[in-house]
Write a protein that binds this ligand. Structure first.
Ligand code: GLP
Length: 244
């Protein structure tokens, strides 16, 4: 879906989330959301906050799994995804804290494998992800699944691509401060979500968006694996859709 402006796409994505949250609440069921970080999704989250404040949209029946976190990363750090999600969403809505799951960037090296398995199990115990909100990196990553990530990959530690670290440099006051690794949901974890909305805005994303949608399905561009999912939509502004 191509929108005139990014703000229209963000509003539309927030509305899709709100509709699902309400319908799950009406059924007395938990709504399991998977949420990305990054500049692209900021206005989706601000629209959700506004719906909470102005329309009384409740997130009491929602569980959230955040896609990824830098490694190592403490929750109080400026760049942590914990902090990002708190500031943009969690501090402003009635989502119970014990229903929030964010990969722990402080997990010791020798506990990572077990930790990632536990994260996967928590998703499974809640019945899987109902709706996943994604951005896309210029490498074609979804979550932090960098080129080379296979379709059957699960939550795991990953080495970040050089381009991803450059893109994150301004948040870290220099590329040398950007962590070299992250924990991310796998491509397989992402594809297990029942519904996926990927947002991308601006001309800087136009070429990777075209490769993701029209390119050959291959690990070189992990976002191409979304072509194999039967309920995925890209919400784009006209600049990000320019190469389609
Ligand atoms: C980040 C995140 C992704 C995000 C992407 C795009 O590093 N791990 O989940 O979608 O890069 O970020 P942005 O929206 O800032 O362009």
């Amino acid at each position: 879906r191509v929108f005139p402006e990014a703000s229209n796409a963000s509003e539309a994505a927030a509305l899709e989330i709100a509709t699902l949250v309400r319908s799950r609440a009406a059924e007395g069921r938990t709504c399991v959301l998977g949420l990305a970080t990054g500049s692209t999704v900021v206005n989706v989250y601000s629209a959700m906050v506004r719906m909470h404040r102005e329309q009384g949209l409740s997130f009491a029946n929602v569980a959230v799994f955040v896609l990824d976190e830098f490694l190592p990363m403490g929750p109080e750090s400026l760049q942590s995804h914990v902090r990002f999600m708190n500031e943009h969403l969690f501090d402003h809505i009635d989502l119970p804290r014990d229903q929030i799951h964010i990969p722990d960037g402080n997990t010791p090296q020798d506990e990572l494998a077990e930790y990632c398995l536990m994260f996967e199990n928590e998703i499974a115990e809640l019945g899987g992800i109902d709706m996943l909100i994604l951005g896309i990196g210029r490498t074609g990553h979804i979550g932090f699944n960098e080129p080379g990530s296979g379709t059957d990959s699960r939550t795991r530690p990953i080495t970040l691509d050089a381009m991803t670290r450059i893109d994150a440099a301004s948040n870290f006051f220099g590329v040398e401060n950007v962590p070299r690794r992250a924990i991310t949901m796998g491509v397989g974890t992402i594809l297990d979500a029942r519904r996926i909305i990927l947002l991308a805005f601006g001309e800087g994303k136009a070429s990777i968006v075209a490769r993701a949608i029209e390119g050959e399905i291959a690990p070189a561009v992990p976002a191409t694996f979304l072509q194999q999912h039967d309920d995925v939509e890209f919400f784009l502004d006209s600049a990000a859709a320019a190469n389609l």
